[in-house]
Design a protein around this ligand. Sequence first.
Ligand SMILES: Cc1cc2nc3c(=O)[nH]c(=O)nc-3n(C[C@H](O)[C@H](O)[C@H](O)COP(=O)(O)O)c2cc1C
Length: 392
Amino acid sequence: MIRFSTAGESHGEALIALISGLPAGVPVDLDFVNRELWRRQQGYGRGGRMKIETDKAHVLSGVRHGQTIGSPVAIRIENRDWKNWEEKLPVESGDPARHQPVTSPRPGHADLAGALKYNFPEARYVLERASARESAARVAAGAFAKLLLKTLGIEVSSHVIRVGRVGLERTAAWNQIAAACGREEVVLGCVDAEIEARMKEEVEEAARTGDTVGGIFEVVAHGVPAGLGTYANWDERLDGLLAWAVMSLQAVKAVEIGRGVTAAEVFGSQVHDAIHYAGSDTGRPTRFTREHNNAGGIEGGVSNGEEIVVRGYLKPISTLRRPLESVRFDTREATAASYERSDICVVPAAAVAGEAMVALVLARLAQEKFGGDSLCEMKRNFLGYIEQLRQF
Ligand SMILES: Cc1cc2nc3c(=O)[nH]c(=O)nc-3n(C[C@H](O)[C@H](O)[C@H](O)COP(=O)(O)O)c2cc1C
């Protein structure tokens, strides 16, 4: 089973990603992994932190001679900012005068709930782990999932479809989305330059007024065959697993599969994707086709052979330069919430983390369905299944 976990704090020495269950023999392209990390650092509206960090994956185990070897892959991503925090956040007790407490919890962050839960007198330790810096480790693990999926012809990309009040009111084709992910300069990750310019103005307005913005990203998985996930058990449904995975990302407050949200407002005849049969060879594993893909590639918790479309809705960033009211932990006096250097808009970065989470779920389900300890065994099983679909 493909599993992953992460460790590390925002201003600690490093982040760690541990991914196990990958078959042996998956070609590992470290430039690709590092490019994914670079993509997560981009986007208009990021704060000073991303100027300090140049995330690079240092693989500690599980890869030899450019291929996975079936053992757990451990990846270390150094926090360059650590040198500025070593004395403020030492592993040993250090000098208490140098610690940097977060004295007034910031609304929208885990600061207060976390301090209450772990019995901390202030929110420094809470912030350190609740921070979305952790998503860099997810992106590294997700890059390995993508490398496995690529060998099966499955690709995962994303684009930004809303920043604050500005939305892309049309669908985008796979090629456009994939091309947007390949850009050397990332503004806001929208496929439409005109809309992207308006999104940028939205971020500028938030920056001017000491505010922040949220938005929506859309992740699309291309080339997924019918049959991943199952309706047989609630906790094996593909839609449920994707929703959980994407919702677990920091600041994501809603997840939509296909046309999930607006489907609730119209009649069924306008939502469900009529089924046709192509008759001639479409080059795909089955000749069943769909008029639309409102279902986002999933029916009954099972992939149906169409593109998988998952959207993550982000609340605006919680740290405000014009802080909301809060209360001091020590005196209980009313005060402004603490401020830490912060991003204003992170929708493009969250989109990259969203891709990682989707890729990790798909890789896990693909490995469960096709099995195999080596890539060649897995691919043999995969190709046998594709042939079965062709002959259906
Ligand atoms: C890529 C990314 C970067 C983020 N950067 C910041 C940041 O700089 N400042 C901030 O206050 N929140 C930031 N956030 C959002 C917080 O992590 C999030 O609001 C916080 O964890 C509370 O949200 P939650 O309740 O969903 O965990 C970021 C989120 C993501 C996905």
